[in-house]
Design a protein around this ligand. Structure first.
Ligand SMILES: Cc1cc2nc3c(=O)[nH]c(=O)nc-3n(C[C@H](O)[C@H](O)[C@H](O)COP(=O)(O)OP(=O)(O)OC[C@H]3O[C@@H](n4cnc5c(N)ncnc54)[C@H](O)[C@@H]3O)c2cc1C
Length: 404
C-alpha cells in the first residue's frame, strides 16, 4: 500500500485552504495540501474576479508570509463607503480618511492572491502538495484519520481539515448535517467601465430587489459589480443586450457613477446560506465555506474564512505548547465554540440587514431611513461601524493583529 503520514491534511486549496497551509510554513508540523484541481497552475491562470478584504485579513496574510510588495502594490485600497436605501432618499458616507486615517478595505484579485499563497506553500519544505486528486473516502481510526484517493494512495494524519468550499466533500464524508436556507436571490457579477472616477469609494445600494455593490478596482473608472436580484431578474438581465443592461445598471445606481461605458464577465449564481451544525467531528475540522456560506452583501466570506484559519492555527499552537496532539478534543471544542459563534452572529446580522432593506413595509422603510440619517450624522456610531468593518470578529485571533 502507498501510505504517507502527516500531522495535518488540508483538503481544498482555495484562499482559505492555502492560507491555512501557509500559516504552518515555519512550524515542525508535517502538512499535506490536497485539491482536485491543479494547484500549481494557480501561478499561471489569471482572471478578473476580485474579493473585498478587510484590515484583519490583510494582517493575517502578511503574518503568514504573503509577499509584502504584492500587498502594498497590487491591492486597491478604498477609504470611503457610500450606502443608500431603495428610494435613494437616505444615505451614509463613511470616510475613513476623515474618521480614522486608514483604509476601510482592499479590493484584491482572487487569482493573484491564490498565486502568491501558492508560492508561500510551495517554498515550505514541511508542506507537500497533492494536486488533481480524486478523493475516495475518509476513515476515522481512534487518534488518526485515513484519506484515500481513487489512485490507491493513502494519507494518514492526526487531523484532517475540510477547506473544500460550500459543497464540501469532507463535510459529506463525515455526515455532518447542515442548516440551509435559500435566499431566493441570485448574485449577478460583472466588471464595468464607467464615466466618473470612483475616488476609492465602495458603494452599496440597498434596493427592493436586493443590494447592488460597486467595488472600486485599480483602474479609477472601473468597478467590480455584485448585484443581488430576484432569480427572474438575474436571468433576464444576463441575456439583455449590453445597451439595455447598461441602462438598467445606470438606473439602479441612480447615475452615481455616470454612464456605464462597458461591461464584461457577466455571471449569475444562486445564493444560499449553509451552516454546518458541527465545525469539528472526531479528528476533523471544517473551515471557510465548508463550514459556513452566507450572503455576499457585506463581502465577508473570505474574511471570515481567513479568521477561521488564524483561529485554528492559534488553537493548534496551543496544543503544541501544552504538549498535547493537534487533534486534542478539548482544544478542538474550543475552536468550534469560537468559530461557530462568530459565524452565527454574522449570518444572523446579514439576514436581518437583507430583510430590512428589501422590505416593502412602509413602517420598516421609515425606520431604515431614520436609522441611516441618524448614523450619518453621528460620528461616534459611524466610528463603531468603521471599526467593525476593519475587523469582522468580536474575538479576533492573534494572527489578525498587525505584524511587526
Ligand atoms: C458573488 C459573490 C461575491 C463575493 N464577494 C466576496 C468579497 O468581496 N469578500 C469576501 O470576503 N468574500 C466574498 N464572497 C465569498 C467568497 O467568495 C467565499 O467565501 C470564498 O471563496 C470561500 O473560500 P474557500 O477557500 O472556503 O472555498 P473555495 O474558494 O470554494 O475553495 C474550495 C477549494 O476546494 C477544492 N475542492 C472542492 N471539492 C474538493 C474535493 N472533493 N477534493 C479536493 N478539493 C476540493 C476546490 O477545487 C477549491 O480549490 C463572495 C461570494 C459570492 C458568491
Amino acid at each position: 500500500m502507498n501510505i504517507k503520514y502527516y500531522d495535518i491534511v488540508i483538503v481544498g486549496a482555495g484562499i482559505v485552504g492555502l492560507s491555512l497551509a501557509a500559516s504552518f510554513r515555519n512550524s515542525n508540523l508535517k502538512v499535506a495540501l490536497v485539491d482536485k484541481k491543479n494547484i500549481l497552475q494557480n501561478k499561471l491562470h489569471n482572471n478578473s474576479d476580485v474579493v473585498a478584504l478587510n484590515r484583519a485579513s490583510r494582517n493575517v496574510l502578511k503574518n503568514i508570509g504573503v509577499n509584502k510588495d504584492f500587498i502594498e502594490s497590487s491591492w486597491s485600497p478604498y477609504s470611503n463607503m457610500f450606502i443608500t436605501n431603495q428610494d435613494y432618499t437616505s444615505k451614509i458616507n463613511f470616510d475613513t480618511d476623515k474618521i480614522l486615517d486608514v483604509s476601510l478595505g482592499y479590493i484584491v484579485n482572487k487569482k493573484e492572491l491564490e498565486k502568491e499563497l501558492t508560492l508561500v506553500v510551495e517554498k515550505s519544505s514541511n508542506i507537500d502538495i497533492f494536486e488533481k486528486k480524486e478523493n475516495k473516502s475518509i476513515l476515522n481510526r481512534d487518534k488518526e484519520v485515513w484519506l484515500s484517493f481513487e489512485s490507491g494512495e493513502y494519507l494518514v494524519s492526526k487531523l484532517i481539515v475540510g477547506a473544500d468550499g460550500g459543497n464540501s466533500w469532507v463535510r459529506g464524508q463525515l455526515k455532518i448535517p447542515t442548516v440551509e436556507q435559500d435566499y431566493d436571490q441570485f448574485a449577478l457579477t460583472c466588471d464595468v467601465l464607467v464615466e466618473h472616477s470612483h475616488s476609492n469609494t465602495a458603494s452599496q445600494f440597498f434596493l427592493s430587489t436586493g443590494p447592488l455593490a460597486l467595488l472600486p478596482k485599480s483602474n479609477p473608472k472601473s468597478y467590480s459589480i455584485v448585484w443581488t436580484l430576484t432569480p427572474e431578474l438575474a436571468r433576464s438581465y444576463e441575456n439583455l443586450s449590453k445597451d439595455k443592461f447598461h441602462k438598467k445598471l445606470l438606473s439602479a445606481s441612480n447615475g452615481f457613477v455616470g454612464k456605464i461605458l462597458e461591461s464584461t464577465n457577466i455571471r449569475i449564481r444562486p445564493l444560499k446560506m449553509i451552516c454546518a451544525q458541527q465545525f469539528i467531528k472526531d479528528n476533523a475540522v471544517l473551515v471557510g465555506d465548508a463550514a459556513h456560506v452566507f450572503h455576499p452583501l457585506a463581502g465577508l466570506g473570505v474574511n471570515l474564512g481567513i479568521q477561521d484559519i488564524a483561529s485554528l492555527n492559534e488553537v493548534i499552537n496551543q496544543c503544541i505548547e501544552k504538549g498535547t496532539e493537534v487533534n486534542d478534543a478539548k482544544h478542538l471544542r474550543h475552536f468550534e465554540r469560537w468559530r461557530k459563534s462568530e459565524a452565527i452572529k454574522l449570518i444572523s446580522m446579514l439576514r436581518v440587514i437583507n430583510d430590512i432593506f428589501k422590505s416593502k413595509n412602509k413602517i420598516v422603510n421609515f425606520f431604515t431611513k431614520t436609522g441611516l440619517c441618524l448614523i450619518d450624522n453621528n460620528s461616534f456610531i459611524k466610528n463603531f461601524f468603521v471599526k467593525k468593518a476593519l475587523q469582522v470578529d468580536f474575538k479576533p485571533p492573534k494572527l489578525s493583529k498587525k505584524s511587526e
